[in-house]
Design a protein around this ligand. Structure first.
Ligand code: DSN
Length: 412
């Protein structure tokens, strides 16, 4: 076989080992249900864009100001992604290059606070994110970080936020989290930030799709900077994005490139552009309404099964189950759920006495099952399975039910 011929071989012919793993992942996703709140199933069009030949292209810089020749297509794609993102979120400025949400946060924080600068975010163990100043994240070592938590009901206590900000005097206050199921009052956060001369950064990685669809209130126009990932509720390719007010976009752009990244992943930016167009469609609004309805109904069903749901319910796509009174840990339920065909993740709950690899909680999300077309009937079945698993029922007995649900609702 000539080199050209072998270069054109399909993956399964050239590298059956990798192809085999990827087929196995197709099967895993199609024959189980994804209830991990941060995961979703993006469209075939998004996947095609991300697998395109533009993966070969270096395009360091920004449209019309690149450090490489031959970037006219990369420019066109990035401009398209940018204009669609601005329309989708009603924002004034955007950077679509961040490779991930953590990179977006790190770059935005470096731009706004500077190395060693003070930041305040929600603690990981009460629902925040690692990149909001956790001591094991660079955001906890590069910056001088203080953290706020939640009250006894599991809700953000704005008085506590104000106290922490008053005491720490940060350059940046962060609002947002990765296992917080309630609405966030961005206006109140902005007031606290402004009282103390801080920037407000809203991290909407989780609810970005719900916000884009108008199902949840938006921080755009309120926060100075809004960071997100594009692959959770937004249902795009893996990646990050930063929206900003015009006065801070320049340092943020410099912080992303050349500060924190080299060449942008143009194939991912193409996937983002496709996803943003999908998110601008009326069907996306219906999808997000269903994501929310499914999550709220799932919470109700789990409560009927006698489970404790943190804050009693949800305003978004996340249901956080508190297993402290249950007969098993988060890790045990995660393992048993997987045996039944459900991918959920163990998660710390506020006040959790167990370590992060064990936990006393379960974070359940509805974006992926809603993409598969689940409504209330199917959600009730999922809740019945989770309720049974926590009570100690044999995971094997649920396998056929999960298989039937998967077959009735194939991956898009
Ligand atoms: N991995 C994301 C999540 O699961 O929420 C956070 O980085």
């Amino acid at each position: 076989m000539s080199q050209v011929e072998s270069y054109q071989s399909p993956l399964h012919a050239q590298d059956p080992e990798v192809a085999g793993w990827l087929q196995r992942e197709d099967r895993r996703q199609s024959e189980s249900l994804t209830l991990i709140a941060s995961e979703n199933h993006c469209s075939a069009a998004v996947r095609e864009a991300c697998g395109s030949r533009i993966t070969d292209k270096y395009a360091e810089g920004y449209p019309n100001r690149r450090y490489y020749a031959g970037c006219e297509v990369a420019d066109g794609i990035e401009e398209l992604a940018r204009s669609r993102a601005l329309e989708l979120f009603g924002a004034e400025a955007v950077n679509v290059q961040p490779h991930s949400g953590t990179t977006a946060n790190l770059c935005a924080l470096l731009a706004l606070a500077g190395p060693g600068g003070k930041i305040v975010g929600m603690s990981l163990k009460t629902g925040g994110h690692l990149s909001h100043g956790h001591h094991k994240s660079h955001t906890g070592t590069v910056f001088d970080a203080a953290q706020y938590g939640v009250d006894d009901r599991g809700l953000i206590d704005l008085d506590e936020v104000r106290d922490v900000v008053k005491q720490h005097q940060p350059k940046v206050l962060i609002a947002g989290g990765s296992s917080y199921a309630r609405k966030i009052d961005y206006t109140a956060f902005a007031e606290i930030a402004r009282e103390h001369g801080a920037y407000l950064l809203a991290d909407i990685a989780h609810p970005a799709g719900l916000i884009a669809a108008g199902v949840l209130p938006s921080p755009v126009g309120i926060a100075d900077v809004v960071t997100m990932t594009t692959h959770k509720t937004l249902r795009g390719p893996r990646g990050g994005m930063i929206l900003a007010k015009p006065d801070v976009i320049k340092p943020i752009n410099s912080s992303v490139f050349p500060g924190g990244q080299g060449g942008p992943l143009v194939q991912q930016i193409a996937g983002k552009a496709v996803a943003f167009a999908e998110a601008l469609s009326p069907a996306f609004k219906d999808y997000q309404k269903q994501v929310l309805d499914n999550a709220q109904y799932l919470g109700e069903c789990l409560v009927e099964h006698g489970l404790d749901v943190v804050t009693g319910g949800t305003d978004n796509h996340i249901v956080l189950v508190d297993l402290r009174k249950a007969p098993m840990t988060g890790a045990e339920v995660e393992e048993r759920a997987l045996a039944a065909g459900l991918a959920v993740n163990k998660n710390a709950v506020p006040g959790d006495p167990r370590p992060p690899m064990v936990t006393s909680g379960l974070r359940v999300g509805t974006p992926a099952i809603t993409t598969r077309g689940f409504g209330r009937d199917e959600v009730k079945t999922v809740a019945d399975i989770l309720g049974g698993l926590v009570r100690g029922e044999d995971p094997e007995k649920f396998r056929d039910t999960v298989k039937a649900l998967c077959e009735a609702h194939p991956l898009p």
